[in-house]
Design a protein around this ligand. Sequence first.
Ligand code: NDP
Length: 425
Amino acid sequence: MSSKNQAANGKASHNNEREFGGTLGAVCIPIFLPLTVLFLVCVSRSPEAAVLQWPPPLPTIDQLWDPLAALLILSWISLHAVLYLLPFGKVSEGLVLRDGARLKYPINGFHSLCISGVLLILLLMLKAPVGSLYELTLPLAACAIGVSFMLSVFLYFRSFLAPPHALALGGTTGNPLYDFFIGRELNPRIGHFDLKFFCELRPGLIGWVVINLGMLMKEVELQGSPSLAMILVNSFQLLYVADALWNEEAVLTTMDIVHDGFGFMLVFGDLAWVPFTYGLQAAFLVLHPQALSPLGAAAIITLNGIGYYIFRKSNSQKNQFRRNPAHPSVARLETIATATGKRLLVSGWWGLVRHPNYLGDLLMALAWSLPCGFSHLLPYFYLIYFTVLLIHREARDERHCRAKYGLAWETYCRHVPYRILPYIY
Ligand code: NDP
């Protein structure tokens, strides 16, 4: 049965196409990735900060549990749930679902970031020990991992109450391990509260910059003032998070929201992986201060600026084109028609490479690592991981687009032969 027919019949497929290594991946990833988070946090706090040391530094059980960390994680998630429900910002509709409905989403993530910022400033004015987040990182990470598992189990079981048209096409293989991992239900909601949309950009992403601030405050405690490297890492990553939340509406058309079910993969990624591995540079800098010359800093700021420009312009160009192809900013771009009625851009940013947004993102990732110097591999973890992630994501997207657009996609690939890096990849 073609996916078009399934859509028409409102039935989810029991398809056999499995991603992320199928059942083996679904068993290994939920074991291996949480251990990786704990390992990396331990390494970032060790004086050697050596990723390749043997035996690897792993935490003891008593280092993983702290009731204060559990309280902080639960309060943080609850705070953001309350902010999500406040009537700020506009309400946007998602793409049309298989049953023809469109869900409504509150676009107030940027408000949540600003309110979080005000609360943090108040805490700093009250001399709250924000730098203690450094000591708490390990139990905080352990708790976020625990919450991810509990939420994923809840999502898996409640998905059996959902009607077939509400299930993700790739998440109903019938193999419980794989379906738990990849996610069965597409848009699980409690009333109007959309669990996937909430987790995607709020507690984890904003939590990441709060942890970064904790690292900066710890550095202030130890050194008397924040280093230039620490300020750059904090500012670049805050810009990235603020940009994501400012453009929150764009998440409604991403693969995560449109295509993937909400299971362990996304829950863990949103709540544990992002906040505790994306900011490793700041954690590293606490014990490994780096001297950065003004010229070096200027070069890194320029690199981040170029990356951000490419990332933002290309993402905005595609979003604008998808929302209103007649808009003056995109109306003159060259396009090719597809059998679905949608067109593909073949000029502008999307005529340079097939994923200019990934290119910009990778340049920024490099700029986040460079302030940490070249003595250690750890601060480059994000860059290496992100390169692998985006190459894999590009291949997944390519498969989806080839299936969706057929010959038109082949034509696009002939016009724009490079995937991410012009003339290289
Ligand atoms: P993209 O924004 O790259 O979207 C891919 C989709 O765009 C395709 O499925 C297709 O969908 C459409 N498209 C592709 N080519 C064209 C074209 N030539 N003309 C018009 N439409 C086209 O998806 P992602 O969600 O992967 O990335 C969004 C951003 O998020 C990126 O900047 C990425 O770097 C970033 N990101 C960051 C992550 C992080 O952890 N920091 C993780 C993942 C992503 P359709 O035709 O159906 O519209």
